[in-house]
Design a protein around this ligand. Structure first.
Ligand code: PGA
Length: 260
């Protein structure tokens, strides 16, 4: 399917790393390294405590301030939670929902992930909905069914006309932070299936417009091969997004793939 119908996105997921005072030196270095031509969107999904600093620093740059999680609730007595409205008021563009670490440590389920995605969309931002199988599920040939279910469960909360604003990130759990990457063919197979699931649910036009990212030990060395796959429209990058030089090389890989 033709990639021209969708955005290429390189999103860094800082997780719980770096402190607010490191945001400025990081961003200043990254800005000097970013290619002049805009071949893709660049987002930094930072901890909540870093958002206002990042926003101030990147005001006139192409970097999109983004977040790592959100509450399913709109407002009220939910100590410790951050609402979608708070994030949108701070200029946040993308919000990761359903990262496997949030599913594992914070009890996110396929249903809360859908609710979070909807909350993000309702405030004019875009969710990056994470899905992916465990090693055991892969070894038992359950990947396709399991990931399809995760996608359908999340999208069941989203009105049809909002689906094109969603981004899906395929992140096999066994590849996250392990240095083990899915091969480009393995990643492509699952991303292609995700697009098929969206096509069967919402039609070909919707399916060809949704950006599907790969995440899981993507780095400067393997990015180009992964990004040249027809259904991989970018990356969600953890460890390799913490160093400007490494992260910018992944952004350069987009230019190499698109030839711009
Ligand atoms: P990783 O993390 O690149 O460090 O594997 C990716 C992610 O969890 O989003």
């Amino acid at each position: 399917m033709n990639k021209k119908y969708r955005k290429t996105i390189i999103a860094g997921n800082w997780k719980m790393n770096l402190v607010p005072s490191e945001v400025r030196p990081f961003t200043e270095e990254l800005r000097t390294l970013l290619p002049k031509t805009k071949t893709c969107e660049v987002a930094l999904c930072v901890p909540f405590t870093h958002i206002s600093t990042l926003r101030r620093i990147i005001k006139d740059s192409r970097i999109l301030v983004s977040a790592q999680d959100v509450s399913i609730y709109e407002k009220g007595a939910y100590t410790g939670e951050i609402s979608a409205e708070m994030l949108s008021d701070m200029g946040v563009h993308y919000v990761i929902v359903g990262h496997s670490e949030c599913r594992q440590y914070h009890g996110d389920t396929d249903f809360t992930v859908g609710q979070k995605a909807k909350a993000v969309l309702d405030k004019g931002m875009s969710p990056i909905i994470c899905v992916g199988e465990t090693l055991e599920q892969r070894e038992r040939s359950l990947t396709k069914d399991y990931v399809s279910y995760q996608v359908l469960a999340a999208l069941s909360y989203i009105p049809e006309d909002m689906i094109k604003q969603c981004v899906i990130a395929y992140e096999p759990i066994w590849a996250i932070g392990t240095g083990k990457t899915a091969t480009p063919e393995e990643a492509q197979e699952v991303c292609e299936n995700i697009r098929t699931v969206i096509r069967e649910k919402s039609g070909a036009r919707m399916a060809r417009g949704v950006s599907i990212l790969y995440g899981g030990s993507m780095n400067a060395k393997n990015a180009q091969e992964l990004l040249s796959m027809p259904d991989i429209d970018g990356g969600l990058i953890g460890g390799a997004s913490l160093k400007p030089a490494e992260f910018s090389k992944i952004i350069d890989a987009v230019a190499e793939v698109t030839g711009e």
